[in-house]
Write a protein that binds this ligand. Structure first.
Ligand code: PGA
Length: 251
């Protein structure tokens, strides 16, 4: 089952408005057309970045959202507001939200439901901490995080899973190609168990965690790795485009 690789840049809490616009324009100018390319700026830059990538094949994304549609939720941003600015995809369950901001699993699940049922593409992030890997709990952790998704999801093209081992995020330590493939294959089996094999074969599973131009091709060449969720290397035009280009021809 051919799956178009999806490479998304997660800009986290970085960049001024001017530098975000420059980065977006540089990516839009040269993003390959045969790979799905996306950028997820901080909320306050989404509008400006959306204008900078308008007319290009770069998809606009968000790093988070709240699950309610509107109302008295100070500081929060709804899926409707994101759609109004042209956002096409939204992350849920990123490890920094789970472990740094302390977002509980039931809130992650509500957000994932809101993103998908609101009509956006959902990038649902899963991954184990180092002590969980050392205790052989990786597959259990990943299974329970995949199980945050509801089987109401019926369009496999609007569901993306990002496998991001927490010990590899921002550390310069990457999972080996074989370690990534093992967990990606397990995630696909888990999806097939919840839905069915045909559905699971259509879902893109990104790898995230210190992916860069040097290691991207080896990882994305693995049979169940369908692109990347990129943090540090997404903050420079050259390194991000090098990762996007590494994903070409890996189908
Ligand atoms: P990193 O971040 O590439 O800087 O490790 C990836 C992520 O957190 O999505």
């Amino acid at each position: 089952m051919p799956r178009t690789p999806f490479v998304a840049g997660n800009w986290k809490m970085n960049l001024t408005k001017a530098s975000a616009i420059d980065l977006a324009k540089g990516i839009a100018k040269a993003a390959p057309a045969d790979v799905q390319v996306g950028v997820a700026p901080p909320f306050v830059h989404i509008d400006a970045v959306g204008q900078a990538v308008a007319g290009s094949n770069v998809h606009l994304g968000a790093q988070d959202c709240y699950f309610q549609k509107n109302g008295a939720f100070t500081g929060e941003i709804s899926v409707e507001m994101l759609k109004d600015l042209g956002v096409k995809f939204c992350l849920t369950g990123h490890s920094e939200r789970r472990h740094v901001i302390k977002e509980p699993s039931d809130l992650v699940a509500e957000k994932a439901d809101a993103v998908y049922s609101g009509g956006l593409t959902l990038i649902h992030c899963v991954g184990e901490k180092l002590e969980q890997r050392d205790a052989n709990e990786t597959l259990d952790v990943v299974r329970s995080q995949v199980n945050e998704l509801t089987s109401k999801i019926d369009d496999p093209h609007r569901l993306v899973i990002a496998y991001e081992p927490v010990w590899a995020i921002g550390t310069g330590r990457t999972a080996s190609d074989a370690q990534a493939q093992e967990v990606h294959a397990f995630i696909r089996e888990t999806l097939a168990f919840i839905w069915n094999k045909d559905f699971a074969d259509r879902v893109r599973i990104q790898y995230g965690g210190s992916m860069n131009p040097a290691n991207a091709r080896g990882l994305i060449n693995q049979p169940d790795v369908d692109g990347g969720l990129i943090g540090g290397a997404a903050l420079k035009v050259d390194t991000f485009l090098a990762v996007c280009n590494a994903a070409r021809g890996t189908i």
